[in-house]
Design a binder for this molecule. Structure first.
Ligand code: ATP
Length: 272
């Protein structure tokens, strides 16, 4: 190891700094990649791919010509198929890249306003849970959800717990489908969302939960689901579903996901 590090002696300060930047950048990208795919089907696929590479390496070392030829061909096929299989993850990664502040010009929603939004959401969810009223509430973040807002019924009303409960009351015209919130407003109700095709979702969960996961796989939105069957509350974000949330854990999770980390959140301004 010491011998391998000898070359550092011959580097100028400038080269050394460039090397450091290079390594930091690669580590950061790898770290982000791992975070992005952790717990998704992409992680399983990557593990499969790693096994294939190891098997191929061993068979080559042992001169198992036929086995290593087959493994080589399979590897090639998989590499070609990767962009297709990883399409949702790649899309999410590119969207995250494009969502950088560089390209955005949205107004910021500060911590106090976001806290008020979270309070209204929690008040609504507690009523819906108590009455076992099915609900699906999507909170838009950086990725625009206009496509889904447009397939629903435009509302554009200020968010309040009473308003949300009213929308999801059974047999009323807007109760079926999802509500989409942008900033301080319910933009639309009765929206139809894309369903996830994740094989890891429990069989007990039907299309409401699949829709919640689906929208978070193709965007950075956060979706809250209240089950009509059991009254349980779940939150979907980044293609992951967290189930059996009580009031306290729901608040903690929403604050973690929605509260601005530093400068404020990329959403519209709350009006009091
Ligand atoms: N693609 C979709 N987009 C938005 N809402 C949807 C979608 N699919 C189903 N829903 C909503 O979910 C309701 C049906 O829920 P379903 O019983 O299939 O799901 P579930 O996950 O088992 O939920 P629950 O526990 O509430 O029964 C529909 O009446 C509709 O309101």
């Amino acid at each position: 190891m010491a011998a391998q590090l000898q070359f550092l002696k011959y580097l100028s300060l400038e080269d050394f700094i460039l090397l450091l930047i290079d390594i930091t950048l690669v580590s950061y990208v790898l770290y982000k990649l791992i975070i992005l795919i952790e717990g998704t089907r992409a992680a399983q696929l990557l593990k499969g791919l790693a096994v294939l590479f190891i098997a191929s390496f061993i068979s080559e070392k042992l001169h198992l010509t036929t086995v290593s030829w087959i493994l080589d061909q399979t590897r090639l096929m998989i590499l070609v198929a990767l962009p297709v299989v990883f399409q949702p993850e790649l899309r999410r990664a590119l969207e995250q890249l494009g969502r950088g502040r560089f390209f955005t010009s949205t107004t910021l929603l500060g911590a106090a306003d976001m806290s008020r939004l979270i309070n209204e959401l929690i008040r609504a969810v507690e009523v819906l849970r108590k009455h076992k009223t099915g609900a699906l509430i999507v909170i838009e973040r950086g990725t625009g959800l206009n496509d889904y807002i447009e397939n629903g019924v435009k509302v554009e009303g200020i968010v309040s717990a009473e308003f949300l409960v009213n929308i999801f009351t059974p047999l009323t015209p807007l109760h079926d489908g999802a509500v989409i919130i942008r900033g301080d407003r319910v933009m639309a109700a009765a929206c139809f969302l894309p369903l996830t095709d994740s094989p890891y979702l429990s069989r007990q969960l039907g299309s409401r939960h699949r829709a919640a996961l689906g929208i978070t796989e193709i965007s950075d939105a956060v979706a809250i689901v209240v089950s009509e069957e059991t009254g349980t509350v779940s939150v979907a974000a980044e293609g992951q579903l967290t189930r059996y949330l009580e009031e306290k854990s729901l608040r903690e999770l929403l604050e973690q996901l929605l509260l601005p980390k530093s400068q404020g959140f990329l959403l519209g301004k709350w009006r009091s």
